[in-house]
Design a protein around this ligand. Structure first.
Ligand code: 5GP
Length: 176
């Protein structure tokens, strides 16, 4: 079930997304970006983000998973890889939430092998206290404690992605 009031409201999210997009637009003035959201969770964040970025960009997508319901499996499965040529491009990887860092680290290493001109990482949520692998994050929406979050693209068992805000999710069995 979803508990209490939103962790972040629609307005808080939209304000922060605009701030991040402005920072990205400043950092890449005069350049072109290749924006790569990691599906499925980053689809909503990425769509708001790119609508606010003011430099020219192209998009591609990666689909990966490492979670089973609310638990990390520690193993990354790549369901769909990039099709654009990454070599010598300014790549911006967009992730919904960085938890242990395993997923992002795996994808980052793969992309670096393709020799981009630059590779920046933008994460909406950062659960820093859970980190096991140190991945460099260039743009972060919000740092959050160790809670399980749904909404704004993030799921529990592929549900709740359509909530326009971010909420804390608790399994029924956690409730005593
Ligand atoms: P990591 O590899 O960093 O441990 O996990 C990253 C992935 O796990 C995220 O892309 C997301 O799919 C999933 N994940 C981690 N924490 C949460 C959470 O609080 N809520 C949801 N819905 N997914 C999470």
């Amino acid at each position: 079930m979803i508990t209490g009031k939103p962790l972040y409201t629609v307005n808080q999210i939209q304000d922060r997304v605009k701030e991040i997009a402005d920072a990205i637009s400043d950092d890449f003035k005069g350049e072109e970006l290749l924006v790569i959201p990691i599906l499925k969770g980053a689809f909503m964040f990425a769509s708001d983000l790119v609508r606010n970025i003011k430099v020219p960009l192209k998009m591609d997508f990666i689909m990966a998973s490492s979670y089973l319901k609310t638990d990390s499996t520690g193993e990354v499965t790549l369901h769909c890889d990039v099709r654009e040529n990454v070599m010598d491009r300014n790549v911006l990887l967009v992730e919904d939430i960085v938890d242990t860092g395993v997923t992002l680290n795996y994808i980052r290493e793969r992309l670096l092998q393709k020799r981009p001109r630059s590779l920046k990482i933008c994460g909406l949520l950062d659960k820093r206290e859970r980190r096991e692998v140190d991945v460099p994050l260039d743009y972060i929406g919000f740092e959050i404690p160790d809670v399980f979050v749904v909404g704004y693209g993030l799921d529990y068992d592929n549900k709740y992605r359509n909530l326009p805000y971010l909420a804390v999710f608790k399994k029924e069995s956690d409730e005593r």
